[in-house]
Every structure is written in C-alpha cells, then in structure tokens.
Ligand binder design. Structure first.
Ligand code: NAD
Ligand code: LMR
Length: 345
C-alpha cells in the first residue's frame, strides 16, 4: 500500500518536474534598443523562466541582442531590425512594449500621446496578427491611454482577450515602497503598498493606510509622501534635464512584473500584484480600465495564464477616498482618448 502511494507521488512529482522543465517562454521586447529596453533585456536574460528572448527596435536591436547574448544563462537571444517585426513576434508568449518617446521637463505623459499612440497601435496590430495569444505588457506612455489602444486594436482584429493585456504600473509600487520605507525608517523589502488607479499624476492612488508601516503617517508627511509617489516620474525627468525619463528603475519594475507573470504562467499560485487592466471595478462610471491588485494565473481553458482575479480596493481612509475622487475623472478622459484614437484610425 505504502509502496504504491509512494510510487504514485514520485510519478506525479516527476511529471510536474518535467512539465516545468520543458515549458518554453519566449519573451519579446519591442523597443529593446532604448533607455528602458536595454537594461530590461539584460534583466530578462537573467530570468530562468525565459527560454528565448526576442529583441526588436527600429534602431539598434541586433547590437543589443549580440551583447546580451554573451551572458552565461541558458536562454537564446535574437535581435531584429526595423523590417523584421513579424519574425520577432513569431511564437511569443509574452510581449513587453517600452517603444516610444519619453518626456522632457515641462511635459505631461499625455503630451506623448501624439507620437506614442500610433507607435503602440501599429505594434499592437502586428502582435494581434502574428501572435494573438501573447500576453502584452504595455510600458509606453501614456499608459492610461496606450492600454485602451492595444485593447481596441485587438478587439478590431477579433482576437481580444482582456485577461492578456496589462499596463505596467509596477514603478509606482516600487516608488511607493521605497519612499514609505524612507519616511518610516523601515526596510523597503518589508513594505508592500498597493497602488491603484492609473499611471500619471493624480490618477496614481497609493493605499498607504493599508500597510502596517503607513498607518501612523499623517499630516504634512503623508501629503508630501503621496505627492512624491504621484510625481516621482517628474523628479527623474527634471534630474535628467532633457535626457529622458526613468529607465533603470523602470527596467527593474518591468522585469519584476514580467517575472511575476512568468511565475504565474509556470504554475505558481497566489501571485497578486497591481496592474492596469480591463476592470469591472468602476465600469458603471464609464471607467473600464483600472489598476488594482490582480491575481495572475490560469483563468479558463480559452484564456490561460493571464488575469485570474481582479481584487477590490479594500477599506480606504478618508484621504484615499479624496485621492480616488480626483483620479477617476482624469482617468476616464485618458481612457476615452485612447479608444477614440483607434476608432478614428
Ligand atoms: P527611449 O527613447 O530611450 O527608447 C525608446 C525606444 O523605442 C527607442 O530605442 C526607439 O528606437 C524605439 N522605438 C520607437 N518607435 C518604435 C517602433 N515603432 N517600434 C519599435 N521600437 C520603437 O525611451 P525610454 O526611456 O526607453 O521610454 C520608453 C517609453 O516608456 C516612453 O514612452 C516612456 O514615457 C515610457 N515609460 C513608462 C514607464 C511606466 O512606468 N510605465 C516608466 C518609464 C518610462
Ligand atoms: C515614470 O513614472 O517614471 C514614467 O511614467 C516616465 C515619466 O514620464 O515620468
């Protein structure tokens, strides 16, 4: 009896091992030659879940690929020039998009719309055609509009699965954790702030009151902390003085979110992180994209490995309710602008 159950356990263990060992994850980075794309590609080369890395840019991707490919991890790396987008996308499981122009001092993220909307639309159309089942992780700004753009393009192409398209808002979480640790004298590794809403200024809503470290943070310290989280991007844009926006911290954040998704794809349960997705939370107010804690994982047979469950916001403090009130109308405008752009394209 014991021998039979031990043999069964061993068999199931070896099946589990062989399925995770043989599972392939091809990840493409579109915009791999840029300020974010290069360090992001480097960090993805270090991720053991990535078996193949496909690097595409209108400039410089083959060079970045040659460089990164010398790192002694197992994944294969291929670089593709401007006219080889379809080849870059073939067979991809995850596509990360940091393609597009960054801000200069004095600009808002929405000021990037005119340039980045069409870049993201055209890349999304290629993904929908070549690799329609890929999970798409959108970094290009303005995220509040580019995620609705990618979604609308997929919808137009008849391949839209809302569980597969993610706006990467992880940098807001990373900043919130770091800055809250700073004001409370704690270790950032122990801090886990949920940031909800969108990814620009007032649409970024950190739920500080839900963390043990943030409970006692009030008054001017609280106001300054929230402002710094909401406008952390501007801090970097100003410090870089015309040379772009956050690239290194963003590459870290992008690699972290991609890693979270890959862990879920590879079978880990309970991976819950904030991300900007098609969401029912405020859909009754006409806001059908929203960032909140999302469990990544296997949802249905038709839509494996994406959004498993969208969590609600939990209890909010009075200050957080006010932040949310300020977030919603701006977010709604940004989402509508993205949708309208695709309708008129
Ligand atoms: P960058 O200018 O350094 O790099 C952008 C890259 O995109 C360039 O290499 C460029 O050649 C490439 N590119 C342009 N059009 C392309 C196309 N059609 N196909 C493929 N590649 C194309 O800019 P960056 O600093 O890397 O920032 C990229 C984007 O990420 C910006 O829109 C920026 O605002 C955004 N961003 C988002 C976050 C976030 O939290 N989501 C954080 C930082 C930056
Ligand atoms: C950020 O938050 O750093 C990015 O969205 C880039 C920017 O324009 O601020």
């Amino acid at each position: 009896m014991f021998a039979r159950s031990a043999a069964r356990a061993l068999k199931s263990q070896s099946r589990q091992f062989s399925s995770s060992a043989t599972r392939q994850s091809k990840v493409a980075v579109l915009g791999a030659g840029g300020g974010i794309g290069q360090p992001l590609s480097l960090l993805l080369k270090l991720n053991p879940h990535v078996t193949e890395l496909s690097l595409y840019d209108i400039r410089g991707a083959p060079g970045v690929a040659a460089d990164v490919s010398h790192i002694d991890t197992a994944s294969e790396v291929h670089g593709y020039p401007a006219d080889k987008l379809d080849q870059a996308l073939e067979g991809t499981d995850v596509v990360v998009i940091p393609a597009g122009v960054p801000r200069k001092p004095g600009m808002t993220r929405d000021d990037l719309f005119n340039t980045n909307a069409s870049i993201v639309r055209d890349l999304a159309a290629a993904i929908a055609r070549v690799s329609p089942k890929a999970k798409v992780l959108v970094i290009s700004n303005p995220v509040n509009s580019t995620v609705p753009i990618v979604s609308a393009v997929f919808e137009k192409a008849g391949v839209y699965d809302p569980a597969h398209i993610f706006g990467v808002t992880t940098l807001d979480v990373v900043r919130a954790n770091r800055f809250l640790a700073g004001v409370t004298g704690t270790n950032p590794k122990d801090v886990k702030v949920t940031v909800v809403g969108g990814h620009s200024g007032a649409t970024i809503v950190p739920l500080i009151s839900q963390t043990p470290q943030g409970k006692g943070v009030t008054g001017e310290v609280y106001d300054k902390l929230v402002h710094r989280i909401q406008f952390g991007g501007d801090e970097v844009v100003q410090a870089k003085d015309g040379a772009g926006s956050a690239t290194l911290s963003m590459a870290y954040a992008g690699a972290r979110f991609t890693g979270d998704l890959l862990r879920a794809i590879h079978g880990e349960k309970g991976v819950v992180v904030p991300t900007f997705v098609k969401s029912p939370l405020f859909a009754d107010q006409g806001i059908d994209f929203f960032s909140s804690n999302v469990e990544l994982g296997v949802r249905t047979v038709l839509s494996p490995n994406g959004v498993e469950k969208i969590h609600g916001l939990g209890e909010l403090s009075e200050s957080e309710k006010k932040l949310l009130d300020a977030c919603l109308p701006e977010l709604k405008k940004n989402i509508e602008k993205g949708k309208k752009f695709v309708q008129q394209s």
